[in-house]
Ligand binder design. Structure first.
Ligand SMILES: [Zn+2]
Ligand SMILES: [Zn+2]
Length: 147
């Protein structure tokens, strides 16, 4: 153990100070200040999400679960990431629909909307696709009956 005190000049305040360490740039006072500053910046960066490094553990802001960061761009846990991706694709689907489809509002007897939707789901169709298909089939039938 080296118990000899070395004298250094602090690079921040310029005061001489003594320490047992072999290398020291700052007096204990300034070192403490520098440490506090670093902590503050670190906390600030953590708040701003700048300290996200791949492989580090992050807390999902949606479900609060901890997850391991796989990509730098990853903001949520794998589950929520998936849900978010679906959400954004749904958004673009509705944009697509807006450009390519017209909206028809019609009324069905109370309680049958759910049944229609379930039936459509069984055919792996959306309610709209199912209604369009039903109309198409009905129109064909009417046409065939006329012939
Ligand atoms: Zn100092
Ligand atoms: Zn999550």
């Amino acid at each position: 153990m080296n118990t000899k005190l070395n004298v250094f000049v602090c690079q921040i305040c310029g005061n001489e100070f003594q320490t047992k360490a072999n290398h020291a740039k700052f007096c204990p006072n300034c070192r403490l200040q520098a440490q506090l500053e670093r902590n503050k910046t670190h906390q600030h960066n953590a708040l701003m999400g700048k300290t996200k490094t791949v492989g580090s553990e992050q807390t999902c802001p949606i479900c609060g679960k901890n997850y391991i960061l796989i990509k730098g761009s990853q903001k949520y846990c794998a589950d929520c990431q998936k849900k978010q991706a679906i959400k954004s694709s749904v958004k673009s689907v509705s944009e697509y629909n807006k450009q390519n489809y017209e909206r028809v509002v019609f009324h069905v007897p109370k309680g049958s909307k759910q049944k229609l939707r379930e039936f459509a789901n069984e055919q792996q169709m959306s309610l709209s696709a199912f209604v369009c298909k039903a109309i198409e089939i009905y129109a064909k039938e009417v046409k065939n009956n006329k012939n």
